[in-house]
Structures are given as C-alpha cells and as structure tokens.
Design a protein around this ligand. Structure first.
Ligand code: SAH
Length: 218
C-alpha cells in the first residue's frame, strides 16, 4: 500500500477514532511523511500504532501520543513554539506546519544534525535548531526571544523544569510528561494572568529527559 494511503488510515484509525478531531492537527498528520523520519530498515512500520527506535537509544513517539500532545497544545498559526527533544524531527515537522516559528532543541548532536538535514531537504523554512540541554529552555542569543507561546517536551521529566515555566509567555501552554523514569503523566501547564496552572491528562511512557533540571545521565 502507498505511504499516503497508510497515512490516511493511521489518521482515521489511530487518531480520529480515539477522539482527536482538531482539523489543523489532523491535516498536519495527513501531509507530514512520517516514513522519512523512520530508519530505512523500519520504513514498513512507519504508520503502525507504536513508537519505533531511531538509534542512540531513542524513539520516534507513537503517532497517537504526538497527536494527543498537539491537541492539548492548541498551536495557533502566529505562535512561536519551543520543542524539547526533537529526536527524529517528526514532531518538529508537524509543529512547523501548525506554528509561525519552531525552536527545536535536542541533546544528542547526531540526531539533531540528521533531523536538521532532513527537515531542510523537505523544505521547512521556519525551524531553528540547537543541540543542548533543553531543560534550560532556549537561552538567549539568536534569535532573541525571552518567552514562547507554546512549549512541548517529548521526554519524561521528574518535574516541570523551572526555566521552561519562566520562558512560557502570558496565555501560554506547555505540555510535558512528568513522573518517574519509567512512567509519567501528561501535564498541561498554562500561564494565565501571571498564574501557573497544572492539569493532568493521563498516563504515558517516554524516554527520560536528561539534563540539569531533568534526570541525571545514567
Ligand atoms: N519527538 C521525537 C521524540 C524523540 S524521543 C520524535 O518523535 O522523534 C525524546 C528525545 O528527547 C530524544 O531524542 C532525547 O535525546 C531527547 N532529550 C532527552 N533529554 C533532553 C534534553 N535535556 N534536552 C533536549 N533533548 C533531550
């Protein structure tokens, strides 16, 4: 079956049927070629209902969990989005379709370089890349921003890193899995009238967020 048809089926059976119906999110999933972000020897499984290994002990997340996080994030076309844990770059591509600008951070340089090359090749022009510890957020320097409308973390953290809360704009939304190294809960953190609110959105299991405000490197 053609990748495009597999993608349609993925959106219908794995995402829509489980209750996600934000049309902008669904449209992004319909156009981003997930198979390009999956290692060659696993292309056949690109559109299946689970995470896949991308090397360096990391994974490309299950499509549904990415959709759930993007549904909670409610990205608007004018938003500047900070993404921590770019990995394969798949979620980065989805964000680039939904937002004005994406600031992608990944701690493993080989993954970052691979994602950067691929995303450029695929024609995405609104993504800024950085290798480093994303638990510190996007520290100043180019481009000069001190707050983000949306922040998404694709690795599990022991707590919500304070630098990310500090870098969340007024009216902003931050989605992060938080809990133990093996199991977490999806948190939606919002800043409204200067106040920080935290909502829980169910269980999940991500690779650990490793860094100063995350887990120690084991
Ligand atoms: N969205 C990615 C998920 C990759 S898995 C995808 O679907 O491909 C999570 C990623 O977070 C891994 O690549 C891991 O290296 C990265 N990571 C872990 N701790 C990090 C940190 N402190 N800063 C930036 N990236 C981190």
């Amino acid at each position: 079956m053609k990748f495009e048809d597999q993608r349609d089926i993925m959106v219908q059976t794995q995402i829509c049927r489980r209750g996600i119906n934000d049309q902008r999110v669904l449209d992004a999933f319909l156009v981003v070629p997930r198979h390009e972000f999956v290692p060659h020897d696993m292309r056949t499984y690109s559109y299946s209902d689970h995470p896949l290994s991308i090397g360096e002990g990391q994974t490309i997340s299950q499509p549904y969990i990415v959709a759930l996080m993007l549904d909670l994030l409610q990205v608007r076309p004018t938003d500047h989005v900070l993404e921590i844990g770019a990995g394969s770059g798949y979620q980065t591509a989805l964000l680039a379709k939904l937002a004005a600008e994406v600031y992608a951070v990944e701690r493993i340089d080989s993954l970052m370089q691979h994602a950067k090359r691929l995303l450029r090749q695929l024609g995405y022009g609104n993504i800024h890349f950085r290798t480093g510890d994303g638990t510190r957020g996007w520290e100043k320097a180019f481009p000069p921003r001190d707050a983000f409308d949306r922040i998404i973390v694709a690795a599990g953290s022991p707590q919500v890193p304070q630098p990310l809360i500090n870098q969340l704009a007024e009216g902003g939304r931050l989605v992060i899995p938080s809990g133990t190294r093996l199991a977490q809960e999806l948190l939606l953190v919002t800043r409204r009238d200067g106040e920080i609110l935290i909502e829980k959105h169910g269980g999940c299991a991500f690779v650990p967020l490793i860094g100063e405000e995350g887990w120690p490197d084991a």
